[in-house]
Design a protein around this ligand. Structure first.
Ligand code: MRU
Length: 355
C-alpha cells in the first residue's frame, strides 16, 4: 500500500491521516488541525486501530502544543492548556489503551523537559521528536511481531483474521498481518481468510483491501462463516490484533473476536493475539475490568446503505469490542517474543524487557 496511515505535516502544523471511512472506494489524505478535528477523526474511525490511534494522538497533542506555545510562553499556562487538550483527546475512545499510553508518554516528556529547565519552545521541540519516535517505534515493533509470528507458520498455511489489525491500523506491516506480509516477501504463499467484521466492515473494507492490493491470496468471508472454514481444515492458525490486554491475558479486540476464538478451540486451530507491549495493560488485572466502548445503534441499522437495514426504532446493542478469555488464547505475540500461559507471568516479563 502506497499511503501513510498517519503522518505529520510540519509546515501547516497538522496531522495527516488517510481517511479510512472512504476506503476501499477512495484513498484520501486529510489534514487535522484543531482538537475537535482530531477528536472527531478518532471517534468516527477515520483513523482507527489501537497503534494508529496512539500515533495520531501523539502527533495531535504535539500540533496543539505548538500552537498553544505561540500564545503561552510561561510553563504553567502552557501546561494547563496541554493537560486540558490531553484529557479531551483521551476521551475519544475508551477501550484502545494505546490512546492514553501515547498521551501519557507525551505528558511525561513535557514534565521531564520542564524539570530540566527547558523553555516552552524547547519543550515543544521535544514533544515533536517524541511523537515522531512513537511512529518510528511502531514500525519497528510491528516488524518484530511479524518475525515472531512468522516463526509459528509454515509455507502454504491458511490463516484467518478478524477486523483490521493491518498496515491501516498501524504505521506499517500491521500486527496480525505482519507475519503475512513478511511471509509474502519470502514466498510463503499463505491463504488468508478475512472476516468481513460487522457492523463497520473493517475486514471487508480494510483488511481485504490492503492484503489484496499487496498481492496476498485473500478470501473474504462473512463473520458467520469462520466455523465452516475451520471445520473444513482450511485454517492452520488465527491471527488477530488487540486493543487492550489485561494482566491475566484476557484480551479486548473487535466485537466477534471471542466467537472466532471459541470456534478455533473447538476445531483445534491455534489462536494467536498479536500485541505490541504498549497494548498490554498490567494495571487492569482481568478482562471484566476493561471498559468496552458502546457505539450508536445506527452503525448496525443503517451504516453503509442508503436504505434502512432494520425496522425504524428497533433496540440495538452495539459494543465495539469483546473480551476473549485468556484460556482460549494459544499465545500472545509481542515485539519481545511469544508469551504463553501463565500469562500473568509471561506478560509481566515481556513488559519489563528493556531495549
Ligand atoms: O474499532 P476499530 O476499527 O478501531 O477496531 C480495531 C481493532 O479491533 C483492531 O483489531 C485492534 O485495534 C488492533 S490494531 C493493530
Amino acid at each position: 500500500m502506497e499511503y501513510e496511515t498517519v503522518d505529520l505535516d510540519e509546515e501547516s502544523g497538522s496531522v495527516l491521516i488517510l481517511d479510512q471511512t472512504k476506503l476501499p472506494g477512495k484513498a484520501e489524505m486529510i489534514k487535522l488541525r484543531t482538537a475537535k478535528e482530531i477528536w472527531d477523526a478518532i471517534y468516527l474511525l477515520k483513523v482507527r486501530g489501537a497503534p494508529a490511534i496512539g500515533v495520531a494522538a501523539a502527533f495531535g497533542i504535539y500540533v496543539l502544543a505548538r500552537r498553544t506555545a505561540q500564545k503561552e510562553t510561561d510553563f504553567d499556562s502552557f501546561y494547563n492548556s496541554f493537560k486540558k487538550q490531553k484529557e479531551y483527546l483521551d476521551s475519544a475512545r475508551p477501550t484502545a489503551v494505546n490512546l492514553s499510553w501515547a498521551l501519557n508518554r507525551m505528558d511525561q516528556v513535557c514534565r521531564q523537559a520542564h524539570a530540566e529547565g527547558k523553555s516552552v519552545a524547547q519543550i515543544v521541540d521535544r514533544l515533536g521528536r517524541e511523537a515522531r519516535e512513537i511512529k518510528e517505534e511502531d514500525i519497528r515493533v510491528c516488524r518484530a511481531i511479524g518475525e515472531n509470528g512468522l516463526s509459528l507458520l509454515k509455507p502454504g498455511d491458511g490463516i484467518l483474521t478478524h477486523c483490521n489489525a493491518g498496515q491501516l491500523a498501524t504505521c506499517r506491516y500491521g500486527t496480525a498481518t505482519a507475519p503475512i506480509y513478511l511471509g509474502q516477501e519470502r514466498g510463503y504463499h499463505f491463504h488468508v481468510f478475512a472476516d468481513e467484521t460487522r457492523p463497520l466492515l473493517q475486514g471487508a473494507r480494510l483488511t481485504a483491501y490492503e492484503l489484496y492490493s499487496s498481492g496476498v491470496d485473500v478470501t473474504l468471508i462473512c463473520d458467520n462463516m469462520s466455523a465452516m472454514v475451520m471445520k473444513n481444515g482450511w485454517v492452520n492458525a488465527v491471527f488477530v490484533g488487540c486493543d487492550r490486554v489485561a494482566a491475566n491475558g484476557d484480551t479486548a479486540n473487535k466485537i466477534g473476536t471471542s466467537v472466532v476464538a471459541t470456534v478455533a478451540k473447538r476445531y483445534g486451530v491455534p489462536f494467536y493475539v498479536c500485541a505490541p507491549t504498549s497494548t498490554i495493560d498490567l494495571d487492569t488485572p482481568a478482562g471484566n475490568e476493561i471498559k468496552i466502548e458502546q457505539r450508536p445503534g445506527r452503525e448496525v441499522t443503517e451504516m453503509w446503505y442508503k436504505e434502512p437495514m432494520a425496522p425504524q426504532g428497533i433496540k440495538v446493542f452495539n459494543p465495539a469490542f469483546d473480551v476473549t478469555d485468556h484460556e482460549l488464547i494459544t499465545a500472545i505475540i509481542t515485539e519481545h517474543g511469544i508469551a504463553r500461559a501463565p500469562f500473568w507471568k509471561s506478560l509481566a516479563e515481556m513488559k519489563n524487557v528493556t531495549v
